[in-house]
Ligand binder design. Structure first.
Ligand SMILES: Nc1ncnc2c1ncn2[C@@H]1O[C@H](COP(=O)(O)OP(=O)(O)O)[C@@H](O)[C@H]1O
Ligand SMILES: [Mg+2]
Length: 397
């Protein structure tokens, strides 16, 4: 007799039994957040109960190859000597194929016969019940992989195509939020066409903002390519724009909130389709040299930043942040999870900075910590996300 393991299971085609849920953990990626995504994958892998989930590691290398990653490699992804992990290019190709109403995985080895490189036949790795993409940044958090999953009939965790794309693009995100009546700060966008056609008009639009300004790649992440510009002297502004353009040809310039506090809030979809839930609110207090929450402060030395979970703020402010986080989640049409980051200005206003549809997700990251402070621990959080994804068919997302 077969006994069903506890937790979610799926019927085993035609055999009348149940089996563990097969999760494709997709991570790495071609974006500059490759290493961060690898850290997340190691964390999530350790949180997935092996009695209930069968995990298949699918890495995307820096060059964009999809490769199969074994459990031992997954477990070992860590910061070594201050360096973030990186996937090896030397692994069999992994591929996702449609299979009936769902999808399945296959691998293909590269073999050498008498000095000639050839590809071996495909080996089937079985069905994928749900994909959990832990990719941060462009080509992953921006709707692209969500579109692939849609085409392949793969159920997946998190926001759909449009919400992912809007969440990734700081320009369109601000348009959607302000059209929904939600507070965002003053900004201007410099498209590559604007910059090529009339640079001085772009710089004039920026000079209408109050300095300091923050110059950002429109579709960046982890603070990469962001500069704070205190005054437009000595070509500092042009240098900051060109630096941001190295990451994205489209650049957003925002008025800086001087002396504002940075607060964050996690949002999760409700299992029964009710109003999304907001976590405890957290605060980031930064003492980095740059004066903002930059890449180093996010991932490297701990001393540059204090994280208060929960934040030491007035309960009415925390409620305001939670309410704004849920409204932001819904305005963008998000599903599954998101972290909403806000500024509490010196005047006491709460303004949305951004929504992250695949926030940092190691056990030490803010999103899981905020949920732990709200009574949902890391393994329970991952369970919840998978349950939400399994319950929702693909299509028109
Ligand atoms: N308008 C702003 N005013 C003050 N600080 C800002 C502003 N925009 C960004 N920052 C600082 O820069 C950090 C990174 O900016 P953010 O827009 O969150 O980029 P990313 O998507 O890379 O996380 C923020 O966490 C904050 O410390
Ligand atoms: Mg941010």
């Amino acid at each position: 007799m077969t006994t069903a393991p506890a937790g979610p299971t799926v019927p085993d085609e035609g055999r009348g039994a149940v089996r563990r849920v097969r999760v494709a953990l997709v991570f790495g990626g071609v974006s500059s957040e490759h290493g961060v995504s690898c850290l997340t994958a190691a964390g999530v892998f350790s949180a997935l109960d092996p009695e209930r989930y069968e995990v298949v590691g699918v890495g995307i290398t820096r060059t964009g190859r999809w490769v199969l990653v074994d459990d031992e490699t997954l477990r070992g992804l860590a910061v070594v000597d201050g360096r973030l992990p990186e996937l090896s290019e030397h692994a069999p190709d992994a591929m996702l194929l449609t299979h009936g109403p769902g999808s399945r995985l296959a691998v293909r080895d590269e073999v050498s016969y008498g000095g000639v490189d050839k590809h071996s036949a495909l080996s089937w790795l079985g069905p994928v019940d749900v994909a959990l993409s832990l990719l941060h940044g462009p080509f992953g958090e921006d709707g692209t992989i969500q579109g692939l999953f849609e085409m392949m009939g793969t159920r997946y965790v998190g926001a759909g195509v449009l919400a992912s794309a809007v969440g990734m693009d700081k320009h369109f995100m601000k348009l959607v939020l302000s059209a929904s009546g939600l507070p965002v700060g003053p900004f201007t966008t410099i498209t590559p066409a604007d910059w090529a056609r009339d640079r001085s008009a772009c710089l004039e639009a920026v000079s209408a903002l109050r300095f300091p300004v923050f110059v950002k790649p429109a579709r960046g992440g982890s603070s990469l390519g962001i500069s704070k510009v205190d005054a437009d002297t000595g070509g500092a502004l042009v240098a900051a724009i060109e630096e941001a353009q190295r990451f994205d040809p489209k650049v957003v310039v925002e008025e800086g909130f001087v002396g504002a506090r940075e607060l964050e809030c996690g949002v999760l979809s409700d299992v029964d389709g009710g109003i999304p839930q907001a976590s405890a609110v957290a605060e980031i207090r930064v003492h980095s040299e740059s004066g903002f929450y930059d890449f180093e402060a996010k991932y490297l030395p701990e001393e540059q930043v204090d994280l208060d979970v929960p934040a030491l703020v007035d309960p009415t402010v925390a409620d305001q942040v939670r309410d704004l986080a849920v409204r932001t989640f819904e305005a963008v049409g998000c599903e599954g999870l998101a972290r909403v980051d806000v500024f509490l200005t010196r005047e006491g206003r709460v303004v949305v900075n951004e929504i992250n549809t695949m926030p940092g997700f190691t056990a030490h990251s803010m999103f899981p910590r905020m949920w732990a402070a709200s009574g949902l621990d890391y393994p329970a959080l991952v369970d919840r996300l998978i349950a939400l994804a399994l319950a929702r068919p693909v299509g028109l997302r």
